[in-house]
Ligand binder design. Structure first.
Ligand code: RIB
Length: 303
């Protein structure tokens, strides 16, 4: 059966160190452990959507090294359609250098590698996947021209369009907003996009209002321990976060996005889908790593 969720985005091998704290500039710290873990925001969201009930296809690029093959195999293991995961000769696969501290916070440096080769043309070659899908998800770890093409094409095809604007450095092109049904930033991304500070529920409402005014359909700002704020033309709703003991927050946002998308394509209403995404993300932070931390459907308490 054709995929109902298509993810257009990145695949990274995460090189993960745990340390007591994050290093300061110029400082050398002794780490406590080192692991290589399948990651990348696009691939993580694809895995989350697949484990949580979606039929998923991934459009992305890897390099011609062992990491690329391992990442593809990890997705195939989840029954994700990888016909559009292209291996690019002469280039390395994307990597993320991640340090996780004792309080479960992380700092990440990404090197795009193959992700930088995901051109609009590469997405056009697999237009049939977009055509067959119900919902399309993008993030910002691939070239902006590719995100722009995907958002606009998916909108033209009448698909539900999700943009997780991560990582973000500043405002998005204004003409992207009207192609997005659900914009899902975290606090710092919402601040960068709106140009407004976001450090509380109240300031999140103001930023969400600004993003709605830019033309996006609906906004969900994820606020970590403070839960999530949903905003649309009718108003705002706060969804408190389930209480958990966090071990590693890597890919929590990706799990929320994938879980939310999977719930939508299974016919759940958006409020139920938000609560479901939150329940999945809460479980993911109790486990280490990106893709290994993402729960399966039967593990998530149904809201
Ligand atoms: O969102 C978490 C992801 O961000 C990691 O898996 C890493 O690859 C970076 O892309």
């Amino acid at each position: 059966m054709a995929a109902n969720v298509v993810v257009v985005g990145s695949l990274n091998m995460d090189l993960v160190t745990r340390a007591e704290r994050l290093p300061r500039p110029g400082e050398t710290l002794a780490g406590e452990s080192f692991t290589t873990v399948a990651g990348g925001k696009g691939a993580n969201q694809a895995v989350a959507a697949a484990r949580l009930g979606g039929r998923v296809a991934m459009i992305g690029c890897v390099g011609d090294d062992a990491y690329g093959e391992q990442l593809r195999q990890a997705l195939e293991h989840e029954r994700i359609d990888c016909q559009a995961v292209t291996r690019i000769e002469g280039i390395s696969t994307g990597v993320a250098l991640i340090v996780v501290d004792a309080s479960s916070q992380n700092a990440i440096v990404i090197v795009a590698g193959g992700n930088g080769s995901l051109t609009p043309e590469a997405v056009m070659r697999f237009d049939s996947l977009l055509l067959a899908a119900d919902l399309v998800i993008c993030q910002l770890e691939v070239p902006p021209a590719t995100v722009e093409h995907t958002l606009k094409r998916a909108r033209a095809l009448g698909k539900t369009v999700i943009l997780n604007p991560a990582p973000v450095t500043g405002p998005l092109p204004v003409d992207w907003y009207s192609s997005i049904d659900y914009l899902i930033p975290n606090e710092s991304e919402a601040a960068a996009l709106s140009g407004l500070p976001v450090d509380s529920l109240e300031t999140a409402r103001v930023a969400a209002q600004r993003l709605l005014e830019l033309g996006v359909g609906k906004v969900i700002i994820t606020l970590g321990e403070q839960g999530a704020l949903f905003a649309d033309a009718q108003g705002f709703e706060h969804f408190p976060a389930p209480r958990v003991q966090a071990l590693d927050t890597t890919a929590a946002g990706d799990t929320f996005v994938g879980g939310f998308a999977a719930a939508l394509v299974q016919g759940r209403g958006e409020r139920e889908a938000i609560a479901f995404g939150q329940a999945a993300a809460a479980l993911s932070v109790t486990r280490a790593g990106a893709q290994p931390s993402i729960p399966f459907l039967d593990e998530v308490r149904q809201p």
